[in-house]
Design a protein around this ligand. Structure first.
Ligand SMILES: Nc1ncnc2c1ncn2[C@@H]1O[C@H](COP(=O)(O)OP(=O)(O)OP(=O)(O)O)[C@@H](O)[C@H]1O
Ligand SMILES: [Mg+2]
Length: 450
């Protein structure tokens, strides 16, 4: 069986479906091809229309295959949504007879962590497992145990679980598109992996991915993920507010947001009038840019306040020495870093995918591609512990790209970096009523002033 070193990430986002084909290039990600299509089958990162999602996957995959001359068979797909949550599980194994920890010990450790979960009801299934701190005999704080001498290995693992039905919908879409699910990765884990530098991960950092339908928060301390949560408010809500505020179609509001939008009034100098297309042949109208900024700022502030509540609730706020990285398409709004600095009270930078090489690296040099780049990075990192089977094969020239043959690919436990202190199970973000009320109050005040 042909086994390639090529990895494929598939990000099925609320606004776009994106596929990246990449291979390892001396520790960097060499991007061989990328495909992107508009996504209309999801709401807040959850599939609501299978056929539309399948079409979008097919289109993005065909583009990536064409660009990379690679036939795609299996993908590492991102999973997100408020149904996903994480639980901690402890695990202990005896080291193999040689007394030196090897890869299969780590695999056994992860399998055992999965079976040790106590409270997983039948509605949920495991998406993937990330090892945390290892303790080899009495040596604690071990991040990478392979090669260490010892008799027993203990520690905890961060187990990502999600609702079976929602995962099945994603799986179904991928299979209907003629592909196999090689692995699934929680999207905040992927985005974090793509944009963080190793030093930040060690110092303590929060990665906030502001997507179209969801905002994802992942906290890394001492080199490993400690906490993650999904917020059901994101950049598309900003667009909807603009549409409501200026009384325009959503597409027009999106254009206005991208062209004139700013996350903070403090960056707007002299006011100007913006011309906005009328609906269905109605005359164009003008709207003050300062008012547009007030609308946008209110919603961006809500998103960041919700993120701050999560960070505080996690108990890790004080440990974020490297501050926050804001990524995802929502971070492209000018002034997002300024506003985030003010609301979160942390050092901020905007996160672009790191460690990318290859001729088309510029095409993925955008916060919108953080998740998909993290998905390929995660696959490369985990190939040590997981048999991905055959993900891809070269297309024989001049043969045109055709529907991929389905080749079964095993899914299983995955490993990531390791942390220090095991923490507690964590809740999934709900509708966050407190901050939600605040933004409505702010907008009401604004409308009253108009
Ligand atoms: N240049 C820009 N300026 C401001 N906003 C932008 C810009 N480009 C994209 N966006 C916004 O980013 C959002 C899409 O971000 P992204 O591609 O990360 O979302 P997604 O992955 O499809 O969704 P999700 O992760 O929530 O499922 C949209 O709301 C869009 O308006
Ligand atoms: Mg996304």
């Amino acid at each position: 069986m042909l086994k390639s070193d090529i990895v494929i990430g598939l990000d099925i986002g609320t606004t776009k479906v994106c596929v990246v084909v990449a291979k390892d290039d001396l520790g960097k990600l060499n991007v061989l091809g990328k495909g992107r299509s508009n996504s209309e089958g999801l709401q807040r990162a959850t599939v609501v229309n299978v056929n539309k999602t399948v079409d979008a996957i097919r289109k993005a995959v065909a583009d990536a295959e064409r660009e990379s001359s690679i036939r795609i068979r299996g993908v590492n797909v991102g999973i997100s949504g408020a149904h996903v949550h994480c639980i901690y599980s402890n695990s202990e194994i005896s080291v193999n007879q040689s007394g030196i920890v090897n890869e299969s010990d780590v695999k056994r450790f992860l399998e055992k962590a999965k079976t040790n979960i106590r409270y997983l009801d039948i509605d949920h299934e495991i998406i993937h497992v990330i090892p945390q701190e290892f303790i080899v005999d009495d040596q604690d704080g071990v991040l990478d145990p392979i090669g260490m001498a010892g008799n027993t290995m203990r520690g905890s693992a961060y187990i990502v679980v999600g609702l079976r039905t929602k995962i099945r919908n994603i799986r179904q879409c991928i299979e209907k598109a003629g592909l196999e699910v090689a692995a699934m990765t929680f999207e905040p884990v992927a985005s974090g992996l793509a944009v963080m530098k190793e030093s930040e991960k060690k110092s303590g950092v929060v990665v906030i991915d502001i997507g179209g339908g969801t905002t994802e928060v992942a906290i890394y301390i001492d080199g490993a993920i400690r906490y993650s949560e999904v917020i059901k408010v994101a950049a598309n809500d900003v667009t909807h507010d603009v549409a409501y505020g200026v009384k325009a179609l959503n597409d027009v509001a999106e254009e206005v947001k991208i062209r004139y939008g700013c996350a903070t009034s403090r960056l707007i100098g002299e006011d100007e009038e913006i011309l906005i297309d009328g609906i269905e042949g109605r005359p164009a109208k003008s709207f003050p840019r300062s008012s547009l900024t007030v609308i946008i700022e209110a919603r961006m502030m809500e998103i960041l306040e919700l993120a701050r509540e999560i960070i505080k609730r996690s108990g890790y706020y004080e440990y974020l020495n490297a501050g926050a990285i804001i990524t995802g398409g929502g971070s492209l709004l000018p002034g997002t870093d300024e506003l985030a600095r003010e609301v979160l009270g942390l050092d901020i930078r905007i996160g672009y995918p790191e460690g990318v090489s290859g001729g088309i690296r510029d095409a993925v040099n955008n916060p919108m591609y953080a998740t998909v780049m993290g998905l390929v990075a995660h696959s490369l990192q985990n190939s040590l512990y997981q048999d991905y089977g055959t993900l891809a094969e070269p297309v024989r020239e001049p043969e045109p790209v055709t529907e991929p043959d389905a080749v079964p690919v095993k899914a299983g436990a995955q490993a990531q970096q390791r942390p220090k202190q095991p923490s507690r199970p964590e809740p999934v973000a709900g509708d966050q009523p407190q901050a939600g009320k605040k933004v409505i109050d702010r907008l009401k005040k604004f409308w009253d002033q108009l």
